[in-house]
Design a protein around this ligand. Sequence first.
Ligand code: SAH
Ligand code: SF4
Length: 350
Amino acid sequence: MKIRLCGQSLSELEAWMKTLGEPGYRGKQIYHWIYRRDASSIEEMTDLPGSLRQLLQQKAWVGIPRVIRRQLANDDLTVKLLLEMEDGQRVEAVLMPYSLERSRDRLTFCLSSQVGCPLGCAFCATGQAGFVRNLDAGEIVGQVLALRREVSEPGEGINIVFMGMGEPLLNYSEIIKSLNLLHAPEGIKVGYRRITVSTAGVVPGIYRLAKEGLPVNLAVSLHASNNVLRNQLVPLNRRYPLEELLPACREYFTLTRRRVTFEYILLKAVNDSIYHAEELGRLLKGMPVLVNLIPVNPTEGGFKRPSSEQIQLFIRTLRQLGMEVTLREERGGQISAACGQLRGQLEAKR
Ligand code: SAH
Ligand code: SF4
């Protein structure tokens, strides 16, 4: 069995080198090649002795996911990749020029956590296509390494959001491993505060993550202000209704002091009325939260985007109730950046 280098931690590589009779620092050299120097092959690791490189080629491979398709948005900055894993499964990963909070100097990498998703949200292309398997931590950080190759000067200041395909909190242990790899100071080195885990509301996962002691941000895909509507849009709500979800979010804030973001997809004539805005305001009253509104990217279920007047009315109503609100900028739309869409188009052709 060959070892995939992408996904190994520094201590794993050091230990492995020792088992091969090599000094431990060789592990660090390999680690730097993978996570800092963007090596795609073992041959590139020119500061390793030739004999070791030969041995490594028999025992290991780098294993960055392969780019199957690349889509650029009109802004020429947003890039969406369709990536293929070793078993031929494909996921999407997106690079956006700004963070969701719009600080312009930063890149945001949007990662997938699973191939498909078992949760079946009504508006989501990934959910409607079903679940295949979890990604492992190497396949998750491999997306960052593939995306990073798309920019000339990635710099230090990147943001990472788990808002691609899949439900991260249903792939808990590999997500935690990937968070550690993303954060590692000798490696990719992203601050935990620059990482956001997005969940459809897996309540036990929220409590567990709160207790990890990692100051990562939590985004919760709310999309509805009452259980009746949320049961339809996010079927997981039947298992973890709002009266269980919201206390979990409060606990997340209490333990991490990170403000929770609530994602709310605006669906015309479904959840976009003043009535819904007021109900949402009441639901979240007293919680230190940010509401991020996302006009739907119409793919599944025949949903439509509200008019811009209706969107502004919704925002004003929430603000009058004292909520902090942002509207997600239009950028992914033209490149099917709502998760699952690019893969969906290609699967249909295959
Ligand atoms: N499973 C997690 C994370 C991945 S989905 C979750 O649901 O939070 C990431 C985000 O993409 C979610 O907020 C989801 O609601 C949103 N999304 C899915 N389909 C969309 C669509 N058609 N238009 C706009 N946003 C969509
Ligand atoms: Fe899964 Fe998130 Fe899509 Fe819902 S929105 S089906 S939880 S990926």
